[in-house]
Design a protein around this ligand. Structure first.
Ligand SMILES: [Zn+2]
Length: 312
């Protein structure tokens, strides 16, 4: 189990975390703190003044007396699970570098597999929403990779399992060390797909090192002449990118082996969320919980019957 440190610098592992949030009261108390900080807004009249009805885990609008549950307007809306299971799963998803599968959550949190799967998909969805708020800037290593064993993308007519195409972008420090990364599942590597991803993921003015990808390098140069100045990259320049890519491959060949491509982007969200916050371990759970109030919830039906989640 990965260890993190609390604000006093003391080690705090999952056991300590689970003990801290062992009761629904403790979890609601924390959620209330976070929601209060973010600012309540009455869904009926828009008023921001409220009373807390602690016993019923509601807040009541001071103006129209409308009562709203603390979880409404978060990814947890409509959940039947105890809040502590959400907290524990969020903590694990945010901190465990090995990746967190539904099977593992099922065992660790003693719950049905389907509930664990649904819980993790909603957490990954929320992580993705946070990730989409950021674009990479500066010098960016960029290439595509194939991640094995996924079932085909629903729009693909091919039968059987095939490798999923993932675009990996990684911004770097002046000394060449990794800063932030984007992992984007794409259904193909056509010109329009590459263009859409680069426009959404990279700040205008970013400099792409895409020497490894001559096939779409030409396209980026042509279509993004104003935004990007593609530059050659040596093997050494791409070393960190390759390390990140092989770690992602390990994750998908191990923890998430054989997943449905329909959900691929959400698994990538989880990996990107952890990678981009690898130096914030002491506050990573708080940050994820802070993202809660702005998170749309997704239903089981939307997840299982809807189209594949794609980045663009
Ligand atoms: Zn109101």
């Amino acid at each position: 189990m990965s260890l993190t440190h609390n604000t006093e610098g003391e080690p705090i592992g999952f056991a300590a975390f689970a003990a801290k949030y062992a009761t629904e009261e403790a979890c609601y108390e924390k959620l209330y703190e976070v929601r209060k900080e973010a600012g309540f807004c009455c869904p009926k009249c828009g008023c921001t003044d409220f009373y807390l009805i602690k016993k019923r885990k509601l807040y009541q609008c001071k103006a129209c007396r409308h009562q709203t549950s603390l979880i409404v307007g978060t990814a947890m809306e409509g959940t039947h699970l105890p809040l502590k299971k959400w907290f524990w799963a969020m903590y694990l998803a945010a901190t465990d570098k090995r990746g967190v599968s539904a099977l593992w959550i099922q065992k660790q949190l003693h719950m049905a597999y389907n509930s664990a799967w649904f819980l993790m998909q909603r957490i990954r969805q929320m992580m993705g929403m946070r990730e989409e708020n950021y674009m990479l800037m500066g010098i960016i290593s960029f290439e595509d990779t194939a991640i094995g064993g996924a079932k085909p993308h629903p729009v693909q007519q091919s039968r059987g399992r095939r490798k999923a195409r993932v675009l990996v972008g990684m911004s770097k420090t002046a000394k060449g060390y990794p800063r932030y990364a984007k992992f984007v599942y794409v259904k193909d590597l056509k010109a329009n797909t590459i263009r859409d991803v680069t426009e959404k993921a990279f700040e205008p003015g970013a400099k792409l090192e895409n020497g490894a990808c001559p096939s779409y390098r030409k396209h980026i140069k042509e279509k993004h002449l104003t935004a990007f100045a593609a530059q050659d990259a040596s093997k050494e320049d791409l070393l960190w990118l390759r390390t990140v890519v092989s770690n992602i491959k390990l994750l998908f060949n191990g923890t998430y082996h054989g997943l449905d491509a329909r959900h691929m982007q959400r698994y990538l969200n989880e990996a990107a969320y952890r990678f981009n916050r690898r130096k914030m371990e002491d506050c990573i759970f708080d940050r994820l919980l802070t993202a809660m109030p702005g998170s749309a919830h997704i239903t089981y039906r939307q997840l299982t019957r809807g189209p594949a989640t794609v980045y663009v």
